[in-house]
Design a binder for this molecule. Structure first.
Ligand SMILES: Nc1nc2c(c(=O)[nH]1)N[C@H]1C(S)=C(S)[C@@H](COP(=O)(O)OP(=O)(O)OC[C@H]3O[C@@H](n4cnc5c(N)ncnc54)[C@H](O)[C@@H]3O)O[C@H]1N2
Ligand code: MOO
Length: 400
């Protein structure tokens, strides 16, 4: 059976980012740049003051207590048009353009003004409290590379560089097909043997959080015709995710149905717990991922395989999952041949180290334990027993 990293490699192999589109910058959050962004102006656009005070000539300030003549003011948005000459100064404010002739700012706290005479209580070096033109970035400079996920910081930077729009990859559309005769949507009447279809809604949220556009398809019943008909409806999607029916039971028909609609299967079953019956294939260029039905297995496989594939389709270079370090908060036994992802609580110990305490219960159907976990502790295949205090790798779940 494939290892987790081999399986992820195979899923990511050859995935192409979706086509670019132009969107308004205010809608760019979570999208990935398809082209580098070049600054459309210098920032700041001119030498500006970093403080409220007086724009002065440092040559005049050989000592504190110098008297200068106030010849005008330079409020933000209304630059002073003249030139500061010897023995003169101009009232200035944070963000205002430093007038010609001036080369430093005296803080207003360090000066007193009576009518048009300003007495300074400070000497100044050239450039004091002056932000130079282009100090942040110059016009034409690449400020954001292609492949960067836009967040509050990058949106602020793009806006400062005068970009109203951004060129980003289209949100990948991901069809979610849940399978099973026992499923009803939450809130619907529930007959005997029925359960609420939690996986579809969970995956919808997971896909949306990873930047994709989830498309909920109707539930496929455990009949070949149903599955085949539904699977055919996914043309034009960027990814198909099925959930359930992945195992070996009589009604686990997903793999066969996928083959019938032309999916070229790549692998089925990997050395992982939870998530062993994971499937992967391609319908043309479209990746198809078949998740196991057990909800925790579906979530863990969603995190380890669906979200990274989605990030690659969105144009990201780094696709995760992000691995962090912690120390074990309890002893754990030897592991078998399946790499394990243990649901665990996280807390900081008295030395400030992050401790991960795996839950006793690791059943892959227990959503409450999953929700009470802040991390997955990764146990390598065939890992020997490990003691409390030993380093371990984790995937954090508590960073929303
Ligand atoms: N004889 C064997 N049995 C099983 C094996 C095996 O190797 N040999 N593997 C087990 C493992 S591991 C897993 S994981 C599950 C995967 O099963 P399926 O992918 O076929 O999933 P189902 O049988 O359809 O459902 C399993 C379980 O999850 C519930 N479920 C399914 N879909 C949903 C949904 N949308 N929302 C909420 N809950 C869902 C379903 O009712 C079942 O309880 O197979 C093991 N068996
Ligand atoms: O994936 Mo299954 O949930 O390993 O038990």
């Amino acid at each position: 059976m494939l290892s987790v990293s081999e399986a992820r490699e195979r899923i990511l192999q050859g995935l192409q980012a979706t086509a670019p589109e132009v969107v308004s910058l205010s809608c760019g959050g979570g999208r990935v740049t398809a082209l580098p962004l070049l600054a459309r102006l210098d920032n700041p656009p001119a030498d500006i003051s970093a403080m409220d005070g007086y724009a002065v000539r440092t040559a005049d300030l050989s000592a504190a207590g110098v008297r200068l003549r106030l010849i005008g003011e330079s409020p933000a948005g209304h630059p002073f048009g003249g030139t500061v000459g010897a023995g003169e100064c101009v009232r200035i404010y944070t963000g205002s353009i430093v007038p010609n002739g001036a080369d430093a700012i005296v803080l207003q706290e360090n000066a007193s003004q009576h009518d048009d005479i300003v007495t300074t209580a400070q000497v100044a070096d050239v450039g004091l409290y002056v932000r130079r033109r282009g100090q942040d970035f110059g016009r034409g400079r690449e400020i954001i590379p292609a492949g960067r996920c836009l967040d509050a910081r990058t949106i602020g930077l793009a806006a400062a560089a005068n970009h109203p729009w951004v060129n980003v990859h289209r949100r990948p559309r991901v069809a979610i097909v849940a399978t099973g005769d026992e499923l009803v949507l939450p809130g619907e009447p529930m007959g005997p043997g029925m359960i609420a279809n939690s996986n579809t809604l969970m995956l919808e949220a997971l896909i949306r959080a990873a930047g994709g556009e989830p498309v909920m398809m109707p539930v496929a019943r455990d009949r070949m015709e149903d599955l085949v008909a539904l699977a055919r409806m996914v043309e034009g999607m960027d990814m198909l995710v099925t959930v359930g029916g992945a195992s070996v039971g009589r009604y686990d028909l997903v793999q066969e149905a996928l083959k019938r609609i032309g999916v070229e299967m790549d692998f089925w079953k990997i050395a992982m717990r939870p998530g062993k019956p994971l499937m992967h294939g391609r319908l043309g260029a479209m990746p198809v991922i078949g998740l196991p039905g057990n909800p925790v297995a579906a979530f863990v496989c969603g995190t380890l395989f669906v979200a990274p594939a989605l990030r690659r389709l969105m144009g990201r270079h780094e696709v995760g999952p992000e691995i962090a370090m912690a120390v074990l908060g309890a002893d754990v036994g030897a592991n078998d041949h399946r790499e394990s992802y243990l649901r665990a609580r996280l807390h900081h110990d008295q030395e400030g180290r992050l401790r991960a305490v795996p839950f006793e219960q690791q059943d892959s159907a227990m959503l409450q334990v999953l929700c009470d976990s802040q991390a997955l502790v990764i146990r390598d295949a065939k890992a020997p027993p490990a003691s409390k205090g030993e380093a371990c790798q984790i995937i954090r779940l508590d960073i929303c």
